[in-house]
Design a binder for this molecule. Structure first.
Ligand code: AMP
Ligand code: ZN
Length: 470
């Protein structure tokens, strides 16, 4: 069974396959803006992309997938942060890039094969030369201040991905979404390819395209230029969160197709957003979680966060709550104990069979990344095998391991033992008692936890749980 995935451009579910004769599947995934710790909404998108990467590897072979994910290390937000902190831009973005990598590792996301940075001089040159081609071809123009804009009216297919023209008719203002700097532009829907240097940019500037001022690239051009430089003019799959569909990806298509004269991405995939307690995540609502918040303050486990992020269908909004995290911890605990159990069973020699019980997990994932159905299939197969181990065959073990690989659940090294929900509830009660300075109750609850085999390690801002060392 091939991998079928929803394509945001055609709105159809289509088979994924490499187009080039070398059989390499070319996959580009828009990466993070590195000015702060990524939140768990960002990580929903990156974990879903990691699931895709793993499935592609299983389908085409690990050496036949080329995965590129960029780092946005120069834009308004990164520059503002560096100015506020009085630190060089490169120092700020390096700090948050390192943090992003550490979080990805904790969540067991495979690193991309290449991770180009927008501010890398090599890629600044690629962006500048792409802008020069667009200017020569009449798709871009220099504005009075020395910035360069893409002329949206020069690309008749503009809006095909987001149906922005239809929306424009409906709501009257979608195209005006990119109306910042309107004074300099010929048309409000045009967007910046190159931004002339402004005093607030400090020392962040590079020589511009021919005829333009020194300055910095606009955001959209980085993905077009870096994807072309590494993967070539046509890629097999381009992905990102749903908020990138317009204007980012619409603009990427316009730039790339006008420059290269060929299809940019053969398949587009957008995963939906994560909500927290039913609302958009925001600092002011106090519902913005980073991985450290969940692991540090709430004593959860990174793998459980991964599980919780995969529990909902990637093309539907997912509501994250601490309860959903606790359910994920308990589900993961069951998978881990099953894993421990079957390692013993499968170390013996077993009969072969053409297909294992866990093949249905991969089938569900190949069917437009249906993660809820895949997790359901995983538990069904676990229950079935658990009730009849004498019927186990080698393919059951192989398909179980493949399913865990695809879902990215790792039980070696990275994994801390997961406490069951009953233990977590006791721990939360004890933490609340301690916060309320009811130390007698807190001590009694600690004893209860120890008797149940768990010790609670307190820190200033939270706690973690560990099995009592025997
Ligand atoms: P950024 O660092 O803002 O460029 O975002 C990195 C990725 O996270 C992009 O693919 C966004 O679409 C995605 N993203 C942003 N907010 C959310 C959210 N609440 N849920 C899921 N993905 C998100
Ligand atoms: Zn991008």
């Amino acid at each position: 069974m091939a991998i079928k995935l929803h394509d945001s451009l055609t709105r159809e579910t289509r088979e994924l396959k490499p187009a080039q004769p070398d059989g390499v599947f070319r996959f580009y995934n828009c990466g993070p803006t590195v000015y702060a710790a990524a939140h768990i909404g960002n990580f929903r998108t990156f974990v879903v992309n990691d699931l895709l990467r793993r499935l592609l590897e299983l389908e085409f072979g690990a050496d036949k997938v080329k995965h590129v994910r960029n780092l946005t290390d120069v834009d308004d937000k990164t520059i503002r942060r560096s100015r506020e902190e009085g630190r060089p831009l490169a120092e700020v973005t390096k700090q948050w890039t390192d943090k992003f990598h550490a979080d990805c590792k904790e969540l067991n996301c495979l690193p991309p094969h290449e991770e180009p940075r927008a501010a890398d001089p090599k890629f600044i040159r690629e962006q500048v030369s792409m802008i020069e081609v667009l200017m020569e071809k009449g798709n871009a123009y220099r504005a009075a201040d020395g910035s360069v804009y893409f002329k949206v009216s020069s690309f008749p297919d503009y809006g095909a991905l987001s149906r922005v023209k239809e929306r424009e008719l409906q709501v009257g203002s979608a195209l005006k979404a990119q109306a910042a700097d309107a004074d300099e532009k010929e048309d409000a829907s045009d967007f910046a390819l190159w931004k002339a240097h402004k005093p607030e940019d400090g020392d962040v500037k590079w020589p511009g395209p021919d005829g333009a001022s020194e300055g910095r690239p606009g955001w959209h051009i980085e993905c077009s230029a870096m994807s072309k430089a590494i993967l070539g003019p046509t890629i097999d799959l381009h992905t990102g969160g749903v908020d990138l569909l317009f204007p980012h990806h619409e603009n990427e298509i316009a730039q790339s197709e006008c420059c290269n004269g060929t299809t940019f991405a053969r398949h587009w995939y957008h995963s939906e957003h994560l909500l927290v307690d039913g609302k958009k995540m925001s600092k002011s609502l106090g519902n913005l979680y980073t991985l450290d918040d969940l692991v540090g303050k709430h004593g959860s486990d990174e793998m459980a966060v991964r599980y919780a992020l995969l529990a909902g269908h990637p093309r539907k909004q997912l509501n994250f709550t601490l309860d959903s995290l606790h359910s994920a911890e308990s589900a993961l605990g069951k998978i881990e104990s099953f894993y421990d159990k079957i390692e013993g069973v499968f170390s013996k020699s077993l009969p072969d069979a053409p297909s294992g019980r866990f093949a249905s997990v991969l089938d569900a994932l190949r069917d437009d990344l249906n993660t809820p159905s895949a997790l359901g299939a995983l538990f069904t197969a676990m229950r079935e095998l658990d009730s009849n181990f004498s019927s186990a065959c080698r393919a059951d073990f192989d398909s179980f391991k493949q399913a865990l690989f695809a879902l990215g659940f790792s039980f070696s090294g990275i994994m801390h033992p997961v406490a069951p929900v009953s233990i977590r509830l006791l721990a939360e009660k004890r933490w609340a008692a301690k916060q309320a300075k009811d130390f007698a109750a807190a001590d009694a609850l600690r004893k209860e936890l120890t008797a149940a085999g768990w010790s609670m390690l307190d820190r200033k801002d939270g706690y973690s749980l560990e099995p009592v060392k025997k």
